[in-house]
Design a protein around this ligand. Structure first.
Ligand SMILES: Cc1ncc(COP(=O)(O)O)c(C=O)c1O
Length: 449
């Protein structure tokens, strides 16, 4: 019983993320022995389709031969060297390529998404200080926004359960309305909801722009808010307002980047260029932790000086790790070798068909898709009651029983699969999601009854 002993050891020695550990007494974590393609395998040989790309990081499946070969090759050459005072081929090549892809440059590296958020916020405020306007040091985030959970990033993360316990530590940013299309009034469109949210942003900027360094947004999809999707016109309006009021626009593309929303980067669908872009998650194809922030020449040049303290002195030990950079290069090569975005557009049609019975389910509301993200909400629901507390957990357990990994957010269910599903695995994912929903609603009925 490998699973059982692995669970015991894990519960004794590992503090799992995003988890009330006591819940594991009833629902232990699932030990995974290996992964290949879209499948995760446990120690007893059962397999589960990775329908959330392992927290949205995996693009081309697990154990990808091209990324693996690049990593093995890199291990033979250079495992790691500090990036202060040194440089190396993978970090140079990756920075060149990310610059060409984003139209920004001067790639600064971190490890996780939250460290990219911290870097962008610090760079923005430091830019204003270096240009003689130190009072511009406040930030704006969107309602329901999520940008990571380190203390700095929590300032712009508007999700109460992640933030409340740390309120005394956090220097709260201002929160402006979300352009979430679901907020459109009856008879109105997603563009109307975006327009209303932009008016809220304008009101805030009108009064506070002199103290504001930057607005940070998750372009097109606020993922952790429950895959809240918005119209691209919001990003155009936000760009215009940031220009007018001299405020930086930070595009947090940590979750939305690398083809997830249908274009290489989500903000490109609005035809805008942000002042900063934060990248992570899919950057290494889901193999190693790496994040990057790219910015404009204007920002970079404000730090370029004889005075050391005017430089950006931020650092992490593993900044620009060669293995992680090499995995990222191999991931970008996969985008070059095939038309990934075109392939995904066709794959999305297959998945739309597979998901159709689910989206027509009487308990489902607001079925929506952006690129390779599918989401749907569970109706007020069962006998008019909201889904009961624990709905998400029960749903995820039923999904596992059907061989599918899904992690709902509140009463939103979503799928964010790797880009390598075929017709068969697409059907497995969609059928599993539907069967799990029905089983969860049946549970709710039993509990209500
Ligand atoms: C948009 C966005 N920003 C930042 C983060 C934080 O990334 P990490 O969990 O790697 O710190 C996430 C993670 O889900 C995210 O979705």
């Amino acid at each position: 019983m490998h699973n059982a002993s692995m669970i015991q050891r894990s519960l004794r020695h590992v503090w799992h993320p995003c988890t009330q550990m006591k819940l594991h007494e009833a629902y232990p974590p699932l030990p995974i022995a290996r992964a290949d393609g879209v499948w995760l395998y446990d120690f007893e040989g059962r397999r589960y389709l990775d329908g959330v790309s392992s927290w949205w990081v995996n693009l081309f499946g697990h154990n990808h031969p091209h990324i693996k070969a690049a990593l093995v090759d890199q291990l033979d050459r250079l495992d790691h060297v500090m990036l202060a005072g040194f440089t190396h081929q993978p970090v140079v090549e990756l920075s060149e390529r990310l610059g060409a892809l984003t139209g920004l440059g001067h790639a600064f590296y971190g490890s996780d998404g939250a460290s990219a958020t911290e870097i962008a916020l610090k760079m923005s405020a430091h830019y204003w200080r270096n240009t003689g306007r130190p009072e511009k040091c406040r930030f704006i985030g969107l309602a329901g926004g999520y940008h990571g959970e380190t203390v700095g990033a929590l300032a712009v993360t508007d999700i109460a359960i992640f933030r409340e316990a740390y309120a005394p530590l956090v220097r709260l940013a201002a929160t402006v309305p979300s352009p979430d299309a679901r907020a459109a009034l009856p008879g109105q469109s997603a563009a109307d909801a975006a327009h209303r949210a932009a008016a809220g942003l304008q009101d805030w900027l009108e009064e506070h722009h002199a103290q504001t360094a930057a607005l940070i947004v998750e372009p097109l999809v606020q993922c952790a808010a429950g895959m809240a999707m918005h119209d691209a016109s919001y990003l155009r309006a936000a760009r215009a307002l940031c220009d007018r009021y001299e405020v930086h626009l930070i595009a947090d593309e940590i979750a939305t980047g690398f083809g997830r929303t249908g274009t290489m980067f989500a903000h490109q669908q609005a035809g805008i260029r942000p002042d900063f872009i934060c990248l992570s998650k899919g950057l290494t194809g889901g193999t190693l932790p790496l994040s990057a922030v790219l910015t404009t020449d204007t920002v970079y040049n404000a730090f370029y000086d004889d005075e050391v303290a005017r430089g950006f002195l931020h650092s992490h030990s593993y900044t620009g790790n060669p293995l992680a950079c090499r995995a990222a290069l191999a991931t970008l090569e996969l985008f070059e070798q095939t038309d990934v975005l075109g392939h995904n557009a066709l794959l999305a049609q297959t998945l739309d068909q597979a998901f159709a019975p689910l989206t027509r389910h009487p308990s489902v509301r607001h079925a929506r898709r952006q690129g390779m993200i599918w989401a749907w909400d569970i109706d007020e629901g069962f006998d008019g009651a909201s889904p009961q507390p624990g709905f998400a957990g029960r749903y995820a357990r039923h999904a596992m029983a059907h061989g599918v990994v899904l992690r709902p957010i509140g009463n939103t269910l979503y799928a964010m699969p790797p880009y390598i599903l075929d017709a068969q695995t697409a059907v497995h994912l969609a059928h599993g999601a539907l069967a799990a929903l029905e089983a969860t609603l049946a549970d709710q009925g039993n509990t209500n009854g």
